[in-house]
Structures are given as structure tokens and as C-alpha cells.
Design a protein around this ligand. Sequence first.
Ligand code: 2P0
Length: 324
Amino acid sequence: MTTARAYPNIALVKYWGKADEDLILPAAGSLSMTLDDYSTTTTVTLVDGEDEFRLNDVEQLGRSADRVTTFLELVRSYARVVGLDTAHYSARVVSVNEGPTAAGMASSASGFAALAVAASAAYGLRMDTRELSRLARRGSGSASRSLIDRFAVWYPGDDESSYAEQIEAPDMAMVSVPVATGKKAVSSRSGMVATQTTSPFYHAWVSSTAVTLRDMIGACAAGDFTRIGELSENHAIRMHAVIAASQPSIRYLTPASIAIFDEIAAMRADGIEAYATADAGPNVFAVTLPELAESVADRLRPLATGETKILRPGPGARLIGDDE
Ligand code: 2P0
């Protein structure tokens, strides 16, 4: 029985679109901050019989259980290759999400990162961080980045070369501004396919993301927080624009989300440095400096419908002991 804990990550340069659906290879690279809250804790026990998946005390059936089984099949295939007889066993997977599931709080990132670490260990595989990042990627693309401490860049490429690794960046904070915690109408997976196949701006999105990633890596190396913030907000807006241009249109941001983007812009006009970002859901995150985080949270709290949290760079996915 092995237990792992992983945290979500929020991208400053976003992943939206695949070069390969089966291998989950991204069309472009991305860059994220791993959070220090909203963890997923997953225990894997090898069992006889069928795979089982329990999430937040509810036995899972259908699509979410199938995704876990498909992932476990991959882990077992690795175990067979290195001649481990653990490959004969099925697995019981028990996960607890601290944050809202499937509401654009990146629960699939923490979920598959924790599962990659716990399942590979349960089956007796010895994998380094790079191999675990590649493995987690097969569960959910953004999970590749949750293996990494603090800040991660995830490279596009082939199955071998598409993994995430750590990048140095100036210290910062994110303020979560939840406006909805329900399950979103269009999953990231199907929203990406719709964007790739129907949005006329998709190719421009992919080529411009490569340029933004280069600029962002440069801004991180220079410790230029202002540039990081500007690039982040602009890239998030571009992502929502390319998605909205899908036919039929997909919109993840609601009027409440837009009001938060506007309030963050108003804060900047008042000299408080904060920048907005949002993933495939209506919840907004303000990217700011650690010393400004409390005042940013105070100003955004009236616009949130859930708890506003200050998030800091967090740890990559890892095994934990029984007492943690
Ligand atoms: C990101 N998102 O970079 C972007 C921004 C959502 C918006 O990665 O199909 O759940 O499992 O690879 O990883 C969400 O996509 O999609 C995501 P799959 P995933 O964080």
C-alpha cells in the first residue's frame, strides 16, 4: 500500500491543444506554478479482481473509473517490461481531493500526478522525476507539471522528450477567486478537440504560444515579475479567445469572471501589481507578489462566491508516510 500527495498547478503559459491524443503530447510548451494547497492524496493497494477507484468517499464508475483503469494498464505494462510479477494484480485506488473537482481548479493535474507516484511505487517500478512526469502526462497533460517543485516548464516533443522540469522564477503568490465550484459543462479534453478542429485561430494560438513561452522563460531568468505578470494575463486572455472562437462557441468565463479581470486591471491602475489568469472554468487567479497578496485578496474577496485563498509555490508530487 503506497500513498502519494500532489498539488495542482496553474499555468502562466497555458497548454491547450494536442499534437497526439493517445500519447498526450502538447501542441506547444507551457509553464506553471505548482500550488501549496488543494492537494490530492492517493493510496494504491494491489488487489485480486478488478481495478477500483474511490474519490472523496464515492465509488467511481464510468468515464472517471475508465480513465484510472487505462492509466493503471499503462503502469502494469511498464511493470511487465521489467519483469515484475506485480503486473498480475489489479489496484484499489482511493483518492481524496481537498479542492473542488473538475471545476477548473486543476484537479486532474494533482490527481494523475499523485496516481503516477503512488501506482508506480505500488507496482514496484523505480522511476525518476522525469520518468514520473512522462507517466503522469499520459493520465492528464497538465499532471506532468505537478511532479515538479515550485515552477515547471513542460516541453512539447515526442513520448521521450515531452516531460516537465523545474525552472527558476522569482517568488510570487496567487490569490484564488472562486466563482463556481460545480462541474464544468465542457471538459478540457473535449474543449481542446473542439478548439483544434473548429477554431480558425488555433494555428495562430499554437505558434504564438511558442513565442510567449520563450519570452516567459526569459522573464523568469531575469527575475522580471512585471513581465511575467503581463505575459501571463495576456496569454490567458488569448486562450479564452481561441476557445470562444470554436464553432459552436465555448465560454468558460462568466460575467463574474470578467468582473474579476476588470477589478484586477483597476488594481493595477491604482498601483497594486496583480495580473489575472483563469483555466478551463470561471474561477480566476490573481498573480501577484507575496507582500501584496493579503491586500489583493482583501480587494477581491467581495467578488468571490467561495473562500479566497493565498497560494504559494508548492512541492512536486511525492510519496508520503502513514503519519503525514
Ligand atoms: C493548463 N489547462 O495549461 C491548461 C489551461 C486548462 C486550461 O491543462 O486532456 O486536464 O487531460 O491533457 O491536462 C487542462 O488540461 O487535459 C489544462 P488533458 P488537462 O493548465
